[in-house]
Design a protein around this ligand. Structure first.
Ligand code: SF4
Length: 340
């Protein structure tokens, strides 16, 4: 069985021709899958029954199967989906009055082993296909009946280590699902050659760099990939990204009590960021059964003020979905622990 979600319009046209239909039927299929959100062939009412019968024999519509979800009082909803090989991934629906953001996964597990992250503790299993990435968005939209306007690749996995599939999914989400490129954010722990490759594509998406520590010694511990790509190399890559795309990069910085949240750390981050046009996003830490504690709100505000005073626009990420363990990897890990 081949899966339709994940195919481009051209590929869907080839499927139509392969099944003895005119090319334009592929365009109709693309509309049903990506614009109208069809989840079964029965939904595709303007396709001839004979064509639908042929499709049923060799193809399935969606790449993922719904497993479960948990909704927090603020509406943030975490979904668990199962891929055809039985592996499970998480996606989060984050509603606001004027928009909905989807936080999606790009890999099953993650090889980066960031010490504060639940997914890092699960280890890496495999890359997701572009269809499995896009289907997280389509499945959530279909289930909750509202359009997603913003996408952040901040779920399980390091997106830039699944570069080709992630970029294919970005193109589908932009061109076929209709999500504006500027509303798409790709987050990375700093895979320098891939940041440069992404810059060369000159897309108007947002790059978020998970910096998390302002000096190499500390970053080596928190984000082990730093031993391969140092802060100095990252600085050059961010600079190049800014110059080529004309886009501001977001610096993500998780606040870990007594570890990276002191005035000295803010001063080092300011020093490292000089000459870059970056936004800073401070992320309150959610406990993941690791050895870290969360920085208090007052201390986070102090850190933010220090960054602002140095001229760097700084936001503190609103805590959403705490009740449902919304940080990446937490639902999957919890269910695994419970043996479900
Ligand atoms: S924080 Fe991101 S890159 Fe690091 S281990 Fe977790 S999922 Fe991977």
């Amino acid at each position: 069985m081949r899966t339709l979600v994940g195919m481009t319009k051209l590929e869907l046209e080839a499927v139509a021709v392969e099944l003895g239909e005119p090319t334009y039927r592929g365009g109709q299929l693309a509309k049903w899958l990506y614009e109208k959100g069809a989840r079964s062939f029965d939904d595709m009412s303007d396709l001839p029954k004979a064509f639908r019968a042929k499709l049923v024999e060799g193809f399935k519509v969606s790449a993922l199967e719904y497993v479960t979800h948990r909704e927090a009082p603020d509406g943030t909803t975490k979904f668990l989906y199962r891929a055809p090989d039985g592996r499970e991934i998480e996606s989060v629906w984050i509603p606001y009055p004027d928009r909905v953001t989807a936080c999606i996964s790009s890999q099953v597990g993650c090889a980066m082993k960031c010490t504060f992250c639940a997914t890092g503790q699960l280890g890496f299993e495999r890359n997701l296909t572009s269809g499995e990435i896009v289907d997280q968005v389509l499945a959530m939209q279909a289930q909750l009946g509202r359009r997603i306007s913003n996408i952040v690749y901040m779920g399980m996995g390091e997106p830039l280590l699944n570069y080709d599939n992630v970029m294919a999914s970005v193109r589908l989400l932009n061109k076929s699902v209709g999500i504006a490129m500027r509303q798409i954010t790709i987050s990375t722990v700093g895979i320098v050659p891939k940041i440069k490759q992404l810059a060369a594509e000159k897309l108007q998406l947002t790059l978020a760099l998970s910096v998390h520590a302002p000096n190499d010694a500390l970053r080596d511990q928190l984000v082990p990939v730093n031993t391969k790509f140092t802060l100095a190399e990252l600085y050059d890559a961010v600079k190049e990204y800014e110059q080529i795309t004309n886009r501001r990069v977001t610096l993500e910085y998780i606040m870990l009590k007594g570890v990276n949240d002191q005035p000295l750390h803010a001063a080092q981050l300011i020093k490292w960021s000089r000459g870059l046009h970056v936004h800073v996003n401070l992320i309150p830490f959610h406990p993941t059964g690791s050895d870290f504690d969360a920085t208090s709100n007052a201390e986070i505000r102090k850190f933010a003020r220090q960054m602002e005073d140095a001229g760097f626009p700084t936001a503190v990420r609103a805590e959403r979905g705490l009740e449902i363990e919304a940080a990446c990897g937490q639902l999957k890990r919890q269910l695994a622990t419970q043996g479900s």
